[in-house]
Design a protein around this ligand. Structure first.
Ligand SMILES: [Zn+2]
Length: 346
């Protein structure tokens, strides 16, 4: 009997040791600290950035005007890239959210596209909180050919679209290593932005997932150049909107930058009194309107803004790469932290 009791005790001790070990292993594997992100950030690099920028702003894509051939070729290019990275389509086995002409007509601007158009949507499902979604976005449309002149839109917004692709690739590599994000991440490239934020308007009025599930939107529009106010400081990015709804979101972005990218974060255009009103002028605003915290990353306007001279050779590839990394690190923390971002500012 004594022997049996001894054996029983031994088994109990062994079981409790084993379960303790499992808990601690689990803890380290689910924590996903910010520094794990730095293993994947190097995949966001100048070589890839150059490839995407030159492709998106190429003559072949004809300035990517909404509903036209060049925009559709660009959409296909984006879908192919996501597919190569291993980032899947969100619904109906398609990367495209089709938008009818009626939803792309802007009466105020007397604008109607020739054809329907499409947002491009790719998705990585969260490992622990799949219903909570971080949206990382850019518009990929531009002005097309006007008065016989090609508007390549390299900065506006092949640059932001390139950044979204590179960030998607980094998260896809992490996922392959078993380090996929806790929350889901949706990568969205909007059409119709230049005609009045029409693609993002359609996205929030015909949501593919409930809007209440979207924890934040990081929107990237023009990040490849140095604006006219920054000729003496080229290591910067304008950050707009970060603190307007969530103090945490502002702090996360600050900390990611302090730790890794060390850009000068310029909040000039975040002032509510700023006459440029950029907070209302790109796709993130359609999220903000719906109570979703946003950050808008932006380099400011320059001499080639909305001109045929917005060409890829003028893009600062190194700066674009660094700015994309800042968005990646911020996204990593939002997607992997324990609690959902708190909306604390009215
Ligand atoms: Zn733009």
């Amino acid at each position: 009997m004594k022997k049996i009791i001894l054996l029983f005790t031994l088994v109990l001790v062994l079981i409790s040791c084993k379960s303790k070990k499992e808990t601690s292993d689990n803890e380290t594997s689910t924590k996903k600290p910010l520094n794990l992100a730095s293993e994947y950030a190097p995949t966001i690099n100048i070589k890839d950035v150059k490839k995407h920028i030159y492709k998106l702003a190429s003559e072949e894509f004809e300035g990517r005007s909404t509903g036209e051939k060049g925009q559709k070729l660009a959409a296909k290019y984006l879908a192919n890239q996501y597919s190569e990275f291993g980032v899947k389509e969100y619904s109906n086995n398609s990367y495209f959210q089709s938008i009818p002409i009626s939803a792309l007509t802007n009466k105020r601007r007397h604008y109607t596209p020739k054809n329907p158009s499409e947002n491009v949507i790719a998705f990585i499902e969260g490992t622990e909180k799949p219903d909570e979604i971080l949206v990382i976005s850019s518009h990929y449309d531009h002005m097309g050919i006007e008065n016989g002149e090609l508007h390549p839109g390299a900065d506006d917004n092949a640059s932001g679209t390139t950044a979204v692709l590179e960030i998607a690739q980094a998260f896809a590599m992490a996922e392959k290593d078993g380090n996929g994000p806790k929350r889901s991440i949706m990568f969205v490239n909007f059409t119709g932005e230049e005609r009045g934020l029409l693609g993002s308007k359609y996205f929030v009025t015909n949501p593919v997932a409930p809007l209440t599930n979207i924890v934040a939107n990081l929107n990237i529009d023009m990040v490849g150049r140095v604006g006219k106010e920054h000729e003496n400081d080229t290591n910067y990015v304008y950050v707009i909107g970060a603190n307007r709804m969530s103090t945490e979101l502002h702090n996360i972005n600050e900390k990611a930058n302090e730790t890794y990218t060390k850009l000068n974060l310029d909040y000039t255009y975040n002032e509510e009194s700023d006459p440029n009103r950029y907070y209302y002028r790109s796709d993130h605003y359609n999220f903000a309107k719906n109570g979703i915290p946003i950050i808008f990353y932006f380099n400011g306007v320059h001499i080639d803004y909305h001109k045929p001279t917005d060409t890829p050779d003028k893009i600062n590839l190194e700066l674009l790469t660094k700015r994309a990394k800042l968005v990646f690190y911020t996204a990593w923390e939002i997607a992997n932290r324990e609690e959902r971002l708190i909306v604390d500012v009215e």
